[in-house]
Design a protein around this ligand. Sequence first.
Ligand code: NAD
Length: 375
Amino acid sequence: MSTVRIGVLKERADRRVTVLAPSGVERLKSQAQILVQRDAGRSAGFTNEAYEAAGAKLVDSAEEVMDGSDILLSYDHHYEGAAITGNKTFIGTFNFLWTPENVGRYLHSGITVFSLDLIPRSTLAQAMDVLSSVGSISGYQAVLLAAERSLATVPMITSAGGTLRPAKFLVMGAGVAGLQAIATARRLGAVVKAYDVRAASKEEVESLGATFIEVEGAVDDSKGTGYASQQSEEFLKKIRDRIHEEASKSDVVITTARVPGRKAPLLLTEEMVNGMKPGAVVVDIAAATGGNCALTQPDKTVMHNEVTILGPTSIECSCAHSTSFLLSNNYVAFIEYLLKHKEKLAEDQILRSTLVVQDGKSVNERILALHGAAN
Ligand code: NAD
């Protein structure tokens, strides 16, 4: 049996991350030949020499990587839909749930696509969970960004000039990113309140030393998927009143709420921002999927009545080394799993959940159920 050839593509300049670190090459090299596009890891802090020392072969262009590989690894899209020869498997974090139109470019004979953001949230798949990796770094970075933009210090500081009170943070959405934001803000000494539609997150929020904001009438995750369900208008109105009150007292609001495949819920209206203190900061890390704040503009800084609103769409990329290290471990775990179970693709839940295109055909049940076959 011939050895599988795995290629690592260099991401666009503003992405900064890579999905295979030299430590990932070390792990895979007994099962695969690994081609790495020169400088693929450089902006994440991994040198070409480190890849070579780990056992990878460097090539200069994306074309050489594509031509010389059976499996192509990337974070974002690189393939634009040109003709290919032979079979190619693309593995990425393509977020098709929100951009189903991108499936179309892969619908050519010989192409198979796995998108790792579709990994099931199960114990078995935990090591491959790119959303958790990205969420953790995003939550952490959001707090640092807010602290840097805030006009006030975060911890209580006592000095000769008097005592500075601790900052008040409000975190909306207490999934992976929200919980990491809470933990980071608490470590910096902030007083934190948080809320999520999932009642299960109350205990997690409280265990991190934050106060959980409770509002009755939420539709909880009855299907046990771990994801939030879409909420009724009546509930959203109730929560808006409560959030209005909490936001007006906060120095920082961090929003992370998402519903897979849907526009992010609007949690912070313009009226609420009008009620916030001058100098307050909003970091909306749901910006890439529509934003939780009405005034968010993707990747822009909006000043509204002296409230700063930031809407970073790829905040994880600013901490590129750590993000890449985590992604690399996730991708390696997935590749090892794929190589071991590929003959049972049709029955395997992890592979079936992440498989989006199989030999040029759109096959993912979740994407098809949400968006139909018109992608
Ligand atoms: P996500 O990024 O899809 O959403 C972020 C948070 O926003 C979620 O907690 C969600 O409940 C919340 N949210 C959605 N709509 C909201 C609204 N209107 N108001 C307030 N909050 C709202 O979620 P995620 O961080 O990827 O995590 C989703 C779930 O998966 C969580 O339960 C998490 O614990 C679970 N999870 C499980 C595993 C595993 O078992 N391996 C791994 C990671 C995460």
